[in-house]
Each structure stands twice: as structure tokens, then as C-alpha cells.
Design a protein around this ligand. Structure first.
Ligand SMILES: [Zn+2]
Length: 368
């Protein structure tokens, strides 16, 4: 009873600010008061909330930053979230990947699936489209089709440059976010208006990627950058790319030293390979290497058109080590290596950073 009364008070406050034109569309708002505190915020309002409900956002990579972005935007009422992730949940993720729990890790659930299930438990009113896949030039078109904003939750520059090429080519906004150690960095890219990722980093800033393994990561650096990026996403979705509050800088912040910096990204760099010359080399898939996953002693093997029968493979692998599978992944332990296979033939091999060793293991146990 007390709760109902409280809800009445909030809806009364809420209606004071409502524009009559917007009021006419009030029936479209769900009757519950799930978003009442957010609607009260003047930067959003009822009209803004409706735009969020109609919004379609892709989150590429659902690790630490991707989890936090997905949780924030799902709770904020973004109507459709497409979550693309190639990886599975492991115990070492739980320190910072806030959408996952111990059960997900013990079952080695794909992160996209685990994220969709978790979100459905706290917001069943939005649509989550999980895609267990690696974003590559061959599938980026299908993977990002129909999306109006792309958020970066990846852990590598190869995929970020691919997203940048695609976004610049299609004039789609995207937000770069990264965190390593206690350091976090983010950039909003509005193609044609601001600098793009290749304007600022013409080549992959390898140092940062490589230190991920040795520097570890603080979950607070993750949540800081995800909060900033999710807020920029709300501004973009509600008010479009010209809203003055949208940040036009590359922002970095170290949560341990409190050092922070901003570099202007207000205009494109003349001669930029991507947004100037429109040479989309990453979209064309030129020179794409095998990816060594960040923060882990692992190599991923990209394999296409190799559908795998887990039951049959399980039977073949049992004499060689420990095997376990569910509908989504098969795990095979062969000391000192651990192989995780997906139904399309893609594999993540842990225990080496040597692509040749990984290739050979794959050829030996799965097929060449
Ligand atoms: Zn550029």
C-alpha cells in the first residue's frame, strides 16, 4: 500500500513537466513507473524516453566494458540491444564483468547468451539480440544491419578499426571505449563532424593493448568509462549528434593517479586514411591476422564453414583428455592447453600465444 502511494507521488511530479504535445502520446509509455526517475531528468523527459524505446544499439564485445554498457542501457530502456561477442564466461571474468555470475562461468556460457539472460531478468520489456560471433569484415554488414549506434566493448584494435571503417562508410556514430590497469579512455565518433579513430590513432597503439596482460585491470576503471560512454550514447539517441553537451574530445582518466586529459577531436584530421581518403582497408579485410586475445595466453582460430557435431567430436576427443560440451561450446583440456570450440568451427586455444602451435593443435584434434 505504501509503495502504491509513493508511486502516485512520483507520477504526479512527473506530469508537471510534461509538454502537452508529448502528453498526447502518453499511452505509448508503459504503465509501470520503471523509468520515472529517468523521465524526471530534464535531459531525457518523456519524449526522450520514447526515443530510447525505439532506439537500436549494437554493443560489440561483452566483456567488462560491454557488460557495463549493456546493463546501463538496458536499465535505461534502450529498446533493442544487439550484443555481439565471440567469447565465453570464465571465473577470471567475474572480478569486473558485471553481467555474469559463477554459474555462467562453470557452464562456460557464451557471454552474449549469458548477457541476454541476465538482462531479461531485470528488463523483460526490451529486446536483446545475442550474437555469438566474432565481428569480421565478412559478417559486419549482417551483424550491424539496422543499428543506429555502435558501442565498443572490444579488447582489440583490429576490431575497433573495422568498426571505425564501417561507421565512417555508413555515417553511423560510434563510441570507442577502452580500459587497462587503472586507465580508461573514450571517444565519440560522429562521421563527417568529429575526428574518427584513425584520425587520432593512424596506427594501432600497440603499447596499450600489450600491457593489458601484465597490467591487469581495475573494475572501477571499467565502470567509469562505461558510465561516460553510456551517457554519451543517451545524449546521441535522445538529441542527435549536434547536441552541444556531446563531448568532442578523446578523454582519458586514470582512477589510481587521478591524472586525466582531453585531446580535441572536434574536427577530422586532413588526409585521414578512413574519413579523409575513404580507404577502408580494415573493412576490405586486408592483412587480417589471427587475434591473440588480450589479457590471456590464448590464440583464436577463425574457421568458417566447418559446422561441428559436438556429440561426435566429444566421442573422438575423450581418449585424449577431458571433454565437456553443451549446445553452445565444447571444451577440451589437453595439458597444457585448453581448447574451446564453437558450433561454427571457431576455436580459442589457451596455453599458447604461438599461432602455429594453435593451428597445429586444431589440425590434430579438430581437422585441417
Ligand atoms: Zn578520420
Amino acid at each position: 500500500m505504501a509503495q502504491e502511494k509513493q508511486a502516485d507521488v512520483y507520477s504526479a511530479i512527473d506530469s508537471r513537466d510534461v509538454d502537452p504535445a508529448v502528453d498526447a502520446r502518453e499511452a505509448e509509455i508503459p504503465e509501470d513507473d520503471r523509468y520515472s526517475r529517468q523521465v524526471l531528468f530534464r535531459g531525457i523527459g518523456r519524449e526522450g524516453q520514447q526515443k530510447l524505446a525505439a532506439a537500436r544499439v549494437a554493443i560489440v564485445g561483452c566483456g567488462a566494458i560491454g557488460s557495463a554498457l549493456a546493463a546501463l542501457l538496458a536499465r535505461a530502456g534502450v529498446g533493442t540491444l544487439r550484443i555481439i561477442d565471440r567469447d565465453y564466461v570464465e571465473p577470471s571474468n567475474l572480478q569486473r564483468q558485471s553481467l555474469f555470475d559463477e554459474k555462467d562461468a562453470s557452464e562456460s556460457l557464451p557471454k552474449a547468451i549469458a548477457a541476454a539472460r541476465k538482462i531479461a531478468a531485470f528488463n523483460s520489456q526490451i529486446v536483446v539480440e545475442p550474437k555469438v560471433d566474432d565481428l569480421i569484415p565478412a559478417n559486419i554488414e549482417a551483424s550491424l544491419e539496422g543499428m543506429q549506434l555502435i558501442l565498443d566493448g572490444t579488447d582489440n584494435f583490429e576490431t575497433r578499426y573495422l568498426i571505425n571503417d564501417y561507421a565512417v562508410d555508413r555515417s553511423l556514430p560510434w563510441i570507442y571505449s577502452a580500459a587497462v590497469g587503472s586507465y580508461a579512455v573514450t571517444l565519440n565518433v560522429s562521421p563527417g563532424q568529429t575526428a574518427c579513430l584513425a584520425c587520432i590513432f593512424p596506427d594501432s597503439p600497440r603499447g596499450m593493448v600489450e600491457t593489458c596482460e601484465t597490467s591487469g585491470i581495475l573494475n572501477s576503471a571499467v565502470n567509469l568509462v562505461a558510465s561516460i560512454a553510456a551517457t554519451e550514447a543517451l545524449k546521441l539517441l535522445v538529441h542527435g549528434p549536434n547536441v552541444p553537451q556531446l563531448r568532442r574530445t578523446l578523454l582519458s582518466f586514470d582512477v589510481w593517479t587521478n591524472e586525466h586529459a582531453e585531446i580535441s577531436a572536434a574536427s577530422p584530421r586532413p588526409g585521414c586514411r578512413a574519413c579523409g581518403q575513404r580507404a577502408f582497408i580494415h573493412l576490405a579485410g586486408e592483412g587480417r591476422p589471427h587475434i591473440t586475445l588480450c589479457g590471456r595466453n590464448s590464440v583464436q582460430i577463425h574457421e568458417r564453414q566447418r559446422p561441428i557435431d559436438f556429440v561426435e567430436l566429444n566421442r573422438r576427443l575423450v581418449p585424449h583428455g577431458t571433454v565437456r560440451h553443451n549446445d553452445f561450446v565444447l571444451k577440451f583440456w589437453h595439458d597444457p592447453y585448453e581448447m574451446t570450440l564453437f558450433p561454427d568451427g571457431r576455436a580459442i586455444i589457451k596455453g599458447t600465444t604461438d599461432t602455429a602451435v594453435a593451428r597445429s593443435l586444431y589440425a590434430r584434434y579438430i581437422g585441417s
